[in-house]
Design a protein around this ligand. Structure first.
Ligand SMILES: CC(C)(COP(=O)(O)OP(=O)(O)OC[C@H]1O[C@@H](n2cnc3c(N)ncnc32)[C@H](O)[C@@H]1OP(=O)(O)O)[C@@H](O)C(=O)NCCC(=O)NCCS
Length: 176
């Protein structure tokens, strides 16, 4: 990993570059448009949780965590965070930048008082940062996916104790 790497909160000046990074990393613009749409939804968007990684002032990666809801069988709504999307410029991938973004994202989320994060992602990658299958807490995705790619992490001890249910994503995710 490069020593020049910095992770910081994005600013409006970064929006175009963040769009481009998502577009290039995913090879389509669905995720880039998703980021734009989520930013416009103040009920789920937390500016401190849209982070960019910079290398010599060039933006090389982006991570977003937005508010999601876990709805239990009794209809109780529990607030959590969803980690998505995350993107690193292809030529900068596999040098730990994604990992730095995740670690900083989890730290800021914890500092803001959030108690858990949910992610749909690579089952060998996110466990490196402490994620475990959400099945452990009987937390389900709202769609049919293999259980090992749907993961959660407690940001504080027992952050998901006695919490189970189905995740409700912001409506913006329906377009991806
Ligand atoms: C996923 C991504 C952000 C990781 O960024 P990165 O800076 O390369 O991450 P790191 O250097 O910390 O870690 C790289 C590792 O993650 C693995 N990895 C993470 N997510 C992966 C995925 N979706 N598919 C395949 N491998 C993945 C890599 O294989 C690599 O494994 P290794 O460490 O055993 O070699 C980057 O690969 C990317 O932008 N991918 C395209 C967009 C995407 O799929 N985003 C994730 C879904 S929201």
């Amino acid at each position: 990993m490069t020593e020049r790497l910095t992770v910081r909160q994005e600013t409006p000046n970064d929006f175009n570059e963040v769009f481009e990074i998502n577009q290039i990393a995913f090879g389509q613009d669905n995720e880039a448009r998703l980021v734009d749409a989520l930013r416009r939804n103040p009920t789920v968007f937390i500016p401190e949780l849209s982070l960019v990684a910079t290398d010599n002032n060039k933006i090389v990666g982006h991570i977003l965590l937005t508010k999601i809801i876990i709805k239990d069988d009794n209809g109780n709504l529990i607030e959590s965070l969803g980690l998505a999307p995350m993107a690193v410029r292809p030529e900068f991938q596999k040098s730990g930048i994604g990992g730095q973004l995740i670690k900083q994202g989890l730290k800021v989320a914890k500092d803001l008082g959030f108690t858990s994060v949910i992610v749909l992602g690579h089952e060998h990658y996110y466990p490196k940062f402490g994620f475990e299958p959400a099945d452990k807490w009987n937390i389900k995705a709202p769609f049919d996916i293999p259980s090992d790619v749907f993961m959660a992490i407690e940001l504080v001890k027992d952050g998901l104790k006695n919490i189970s249910g189905t995740v409700i994503y912001p409506k913006e995710f329906e377009t991806v």
